[in-house]
Design a protein around this ligand. Structure first.
Ligand SMILES: Nc1ncnc2c1ncn2[C@@H]1O[C@H](COP(=O)(O)OP(=O)(O)O)[C@@H](O)[C@H]1O
Ligand SMILES: O=C(O)C1=C[C@@H](OP(=O)(O)O)[C@@H](O)[C@H](O)C1
Ligand SMILES: [Mg+2]
Length: 173
């Protein structure tokens, strides 16, 4: 195996980063961290509260700090990031330095379905979440691609099957 054994999952909301990250960590025998859950634990409040009280900028500062903390620790881990973690050059640098990066990709239609009932994503609590997802995709897709060592489509594959695809691709790096 020739890849960096710390794995970071990037990609848009609803691509499956949190779900697949946990399964992949079990498969690899590594601890799993979801940067969003770690931000919430450190802050003692949930993401909607952070966005409401500190704005997206406040959330992004916490996100950068948390991602750095998790990746600078000595152990190999699997980490799911939030969809916007790719925006900051500092995050891209540290993720690239410490990990093998997997871009989980899906369609906007799937993202909409998978995120519809969840109120924990402040950016999607709007009249037209489809337009938001499309606009975010335009900006972020090139950044995800640039960062990625592996790209996997999660559109028509179960989480288990996505993990199998990832394992094959990791083993051929
Ligand atoms: N490959 C998949 N097929 C079907 N549903 C999925 C798949 N991956 C994730 N989901 C579902 O989509 C929702 C969002 O997944 P999540 O892991 O939170 O995405 P992300 O962390 O990328 O925003 C969850 O309800 C999850 O069960
Ligand atoms: O795309 C984004 O900017 C965000 C994605 C969310 O994580 P998921 O990608 O896990 O939904 C979470 O970090 C926050 O609501 C902002
Ligand atoms: Mg997530």
């Amino acid at each position: 195996m020739h890849y960096n054994h710390t794995i970071v999952l990037v990609g848009p909301m609803g691509a499956g980063k949190s779900t697949i990250g946990r399964l992949l960590a079990t498969e690899l025998g590594l601890n799993f961290f979801d940067s969003d859950r770690e931000i919430e634990a450190r802050c003692g409040a949930n993401i909607p509260w952070i966005f409401d009280k500190e704005g997206e900028e406040g959330f992004r500062k916490r996100e950068t700090q948390t991602i750095a903390e998790l990746l600078e620790a000595p152990d190999n881990i699997v980490m799911a990031t939030g969809g916007g973690a790719i925006l900051k050059p500092e995050n891209r640098d540290i993720i690239g330095k410490y990990s093998t990066v997997i871009y989980l990709h899906t369609t906007v239609a799937q993202q909409l379905q998978r995120t519809a009932k969840d109120k924990n994503r402040p950016l999607l609590q709007t009249e037209n979440p489809e337009a938001v997802l499309k606009a975010l995709f335009e900006v972020r897709d090139p950044l995800y691609r640039e960062a990625a060592d592996i790209i996997v489509n999660t559109d028509r594959q179960s989480p288990k099957s996505v993990v199998r695809t990832i394992m094959k691709k990791l083993n051929s790096l």
